[in-house]
Design a binder for this molecule. Structure first.
Ligand code: ARG
Ligand code: ZN
Length: 471
């Protein structure tokens, strides 16, 4: 944005000089009228996901939730900077009755559109470049999880009568108004109040719990920018275990009452983090640990610094979700078509872990998996797979393709790629194309045909790409 303003100023300067030379009066253009911010951020797969016209700096969320009633009362302020003059803008929120909306402390008009759009018309237009605060008060019964690939996103109940809300590509909009797309990462703070006896858990660093009039309040703060789908709200009769890593990173493992079968895996956390750091560089999140559920929503999720696990989590699953802290969370996708940047590498981390801890022969594993890959899987591309197919091939074909890349560019260049990619894009966003370019630059090789065959193609790669000879 700063760049654009500088360019505009430069252009304006030229226009003024031209005007002065020709000695005619520059016609004074009326300032363009403020316009509506777009209903989507511009992701071809999810046209309504996220919103246009602003960039969120921080969410300040306050929720009170009673699991017995399954009722939530929310008071969320979205602090954002306008990237255009805005007469109207959208937030994403699913369900709830809205009590009021204010923009910079002035009451604002609002309407709901479709399943997730909250359309806000501020009393006064918001000027490009200014920071503005949108406060939304809302209450009601949350919307249940929808059904998607691998399980649904949204609210789930636990066997003890608790609840949690998580999901990918969307989940924040099930409990607070958000710009629901990883392209707009923001700082996050939450004040959560639940009936005494229950424990609320989220992401980031937590303060001391206080209890008053039968309600317990905790605060959660994540100052490193987080994609909204990587935030979490979970309430249960959790057993909380805390520790610290050698470098001071706080560890918080929380177990639902029936999650004892995951405790052994949780013990491996420090060793896994150290192992992943040896490949990917310094651990990028501000906390570490996990939320261990006693239900199976059908998937785990790499919620920031504190992944959320279904029943019976094992060390491999921890490796996968913790690897996402670099590949997916610190470096986030630009569009959902780029999902292989997350999953292919989190998947490959478990190969590296097997190599380290079980002396696995990865070349042999690669040959077996190539030999057994079904035509159905070969037909699914790892990049730009189409909306709704994001998770179709990345888990199985993804790590095999990453190993093919390792064979193709050699161990040394591959190790450099694994470490430098998350370092160079830390806390940012990147596209799959950027990754292809980066690997070509690191390896000094033209890899167009290789990437076409393995990541973009819909057929079994030709023999030369299946069994590349490293140089
Ligand atoms: N990123 C998650 C993982 O790899 C999977 C998310 C699946 N998404 C969903 N909506 N079910 O562990
Ligand atoms: Zn994953």
């Amino acid at each position: 944005m700063v760049d654009r303003r500088a360019r505009l100023a430069a252009l304006c300067g030229i226009a003024c000089i031209v005007a002065a030379c020709t000695d005619t009066e520059a016609p004074s253009e009326p300032a363009p009228a403020p316009t509506h911010g777009a209903a989507g951020i511009g992701d071809a797969y999810y046209p309504e996901a996220g919103n246009g016209g602003y960039d969120v700096d921080r969410y300040e969320i306050d929720v009170r939730y009673d699991p017995g009633e399954h009722e939530l009362t929310g008071d969320t302020t979205v602090v954002a900077r306008a990237s255009q003059d805005l007469s109207q803008f959208h937030l994403d929120l699913r369900g709830f009755a809205i009590t009021s909306v204010e923009v910079d402390d002035e009451p604002a008009e609002f309407t709901r559109e479709g399943a997730a759009e909250l359309v806000v018309t501020p009393a006064n237009p918001v000027r490009e470049g200014t920071e503005f605060r949108t406060r939304v008060r809302y209450e009601g019964t949350p919307v249940v999880a929808n059904r998607g690939q691998l399980g649904g996103n949204g609210w789930y109940r636990t066997p003890s009568g608790g609840a949690y809300v998580f999901g990918e590509p969307e989940s924040a909009s099930f409990w607070y108004p958000a710009n629901e797309h990883p392209r707009d990462k923001a700082a996050f703070s939450l004040t959560a109040t639940v009936p005494e006896g229950w424990t609320a858990v989220s992401v980031g660093r937590t303060g001391k719990a206080t209890t008053k009039d039968g309600w317990t309040t905790t605060t959660w703060t994540e100052d490193t920018p987080v994609a909204s789908y990587l935030t979490l709200f979970a309430v249960d009769k959790f057993d909380v275990e805390t520790a610290t890593l050698a470098d001071g990173t706080p560890v918080r493992n929380v177990f639902s009452p029936g999650a004892d079968t995951s405790r052994a895996a949780a013990e491996h956390t420090p060793r896994i983090v150290e192992f992943l750091e040896s490949h990917f560089g310094d651990y990028p999140a501000s906390t570490v640990g996990g939320v261990y559920l006693d239900t199976n929503p059908g998937f785990a999720l790499e919620t920031q610094g504190t992944p959320t696990y279904p029943l019976d989590a094992d060390a491999d699953l921890l490796v996968h979700e913790l690897a996402h802290q670099w590949y997916g969370n610190s470096v986030s996708v630009h569009s959902w078509a780029d999902i292989c940047l997350n999953e292919c590498f989190a998947g490959y981390a478990t190969w590296l872990w097997a190599e380290e801890t079980r002396d696995a022969d990865l070349d042999a594993r690669y040959r077996t998996q190539v030999a057994n890959m079904s035509d159905g899987l070969w037909s699914l591309p790892l990049y730009d797979m189409g909306a709704g197919n994001e998770f179709g091939a990345v888990y199985q074909k993804g790590p095999v393709a990453v190993h093919a890349l390792r064979l193709r560019i050699g161990d040394e260049a591959f190790a450099e790629v694994l470490r430098r990619w998350p370092t160079e894009h830390a806390h940012g966003n990147a596209r799959w194309e950027d990754f292809e370019e980066f690997v070509e630059q690191v390896s000094g090789e033209d890899l167009d045909e290789f990437f076409q065959a393995w990541f973009r193609g819909t057929e079994r790669p030709a023999e030369e790409h299946l069994h590349p000879k490293p140089r």
